[in-house]
Design a protein around this ligand. Structure first.
Ligand code: PLP
Length: 417
């Protein structure tokens, strides 16, 4: 009985999980954006992935940035971003963070409630305010409207309050929810934004900024919503409702830029063979001591693989971002199999992360050929809401990032910046 994959060795750190970041993919996403939404300037949502090379490339590509906190603002200022290219897009801010934004001339910031207006009056009366409105986020994986956004019943009152406080409101923002799968949500939100622009005119404001938020799909797959599909309705809706070129239009894409550029490779550090009793519930699974029992009866063999990154690390997206991840084989028996499918029987498997916590489960529905400790798995599209919320729980290090580019232009762009 073989208990380790061929080619398995344990040289110091050689079996650590690692992430490959393809800067070329980020560049291609940027070109795709410019092709389909040329009027809308992207302000990348930094919270999605704060990787320094990703930020440097986007700075070189002259995007703006959406920041949620003082630390994110500081990171970008340290990288040389002009404060006018930052929007502080968190409607509920800590007072001292507003003061920090004032000290560093980061003027654009969102609000959606009257208390925030009073706070801003106190700490940054010259801020350029953007009213965040409520949207229908029922067609999004991550819903945000329960937490943020002024309803259209309330926008009049908020604008009136801003007027009385002598504050400068310059436009409207919205977010249709992250992972939006219905392009019509954007059209509906644009119509709502138009309504608030008209309200603002009546109150004597001169609005000139429309921020269409995030939620953009990065996918090219026609069975799910594509960026092109969203752009094909959003672009015309913006032009129809906001025909004047005096209206500056920005967006806050996060997932769109970060998701597809990052792939994680993980090592199978252990496995257990189990006999399934047809009940998916783990505690009812019978751990088999001897492989020969596997073939007995009608039992379907299953494996439990333990890998060296998990829910407390990069795979936190399963918990926080409702993601379903797909394992693929990178190395089996010492053979490199990236992008290949194996003509071997597949078995149901569970994949667990490395911590001692049983919530640390990556999938209970894996289907893979039989693997051994020492083999490697990879998971694609791991760039959004992964690394940025990863912890070191149980003493495990965050997976290292290795950079590459599948587009040679990136090197020249970075060199010139
Ligand atoms: C205010 C704001 N803008 C932009 C984003 C980015 O959204 P996405 O990654 O869906 O593009 C988020 C995500 O939560 C957000 O809260």
């Amino acid at each position: 009985m073989r208990i380790h994959s061929k080619g398995y060795n344990c040289e110091v750190e050689s079996d650590n999980a690692f992430i490959v970041a393809d800067l070329g993919e980020i560049y291609r996403q940027h070109l795709r954006w410019q092709t389909h939404l040329p009027r809308i300037k992207p302000f990348y949502a930094v919270k999605c992935n704060t990787d320094p090379m990703l930020l440097k490339l986007l700075i070189a590509l002259e995007t703006g940035f959406d920041c949620a906190s003082k630390t994110e603002i500081q990171t970008l200022l340290d990288l040389g971003v002009d404060p006018s290219n930052i929007i502080y897009a968190n409607p509920c801010k800590q007072g001292s963070f507003i003061r920090f934004a004032a000290e560093h001339d980061v003027k654009m910031m969102t609000f959606d409630n009257a208390e925030e207006l009073h706070k801003i009056k106190r700490f940054f009366p010259n801020a350029q305010l953007v009213i965040r409105i409520l949207t229908d986020d029922s067609k999004a994986i991550v819903k945000l409207s329960a937490k943020f956004g002024a309803s259209l019943d309330n926008t009049g009152f908020l604008l009136q309050t801003a007027r009385e406080l002598g504050l400068n409101v310059i436009g409207v923002s919205f977010h249709v929810g992250s992972g939006c799968y219905d392009e019509n949500a954007y059209v509906d939100a644009i119509n709502r934004a138009r309504f608030v622009f008209d309200q603002a005119v009546e109150l004597g404001f001169n609005f000139h900024l429309l921020d269409v938020g995030g939620g953009f799909s990065y996918s090219h797959k026609s069975d799910v919503i594509t960026f092109e599909k969203i752009a094909s309705v959003l672009g015309p809706a913006v032009d129809k409702c906001f025909p004047s070129n005096n209206i500056r239009v920005i967006a806050e894409p996060g997932r769109y830029y970060a998701a597809s550029a990052f792939t994680i490779a993980t090592h199978i550090i252990a496995r257990r063979i189990v006999r399934r009793d047809l009940d998916e519930h783990v505690p009812n699974m019978d751990v088999v001591q001897d492989e020969t029992t596997l073939v007995a009866g009608d039992d379907h063999p299953s494996f439990m693989y333990y890998i060296n990154d998990g829910l407390y690390g990069t795979f936190n997206c399963i918990l926080y971002d409702h993601q379903i991840v797909t394992p693929k084989i990178l190395m089996k028996g010492g053979k490199f199999l990236f992008g290949k499918t194996l003509d071997e029987p597949e078995y149901n498997c569970f994949i667990w992360g490395p911590t001692c916590d049983s919530i640390d489960c990556i999938t209970k529905n894996g289907s893979l050929p039989e693997l051994l400790p020492g083999d490697w798995l990879y998971f694609e599209e791991m760039g959004a809401y992964t690394i940025s919320a990863s912890t070191k729980f149980n003493g495990f290090r965050r997976s290292r990032i290795i950079y590459t580019t599948t587009d040679p232009h990136v090197l020249a762009i970075l060199d010139d910046s």
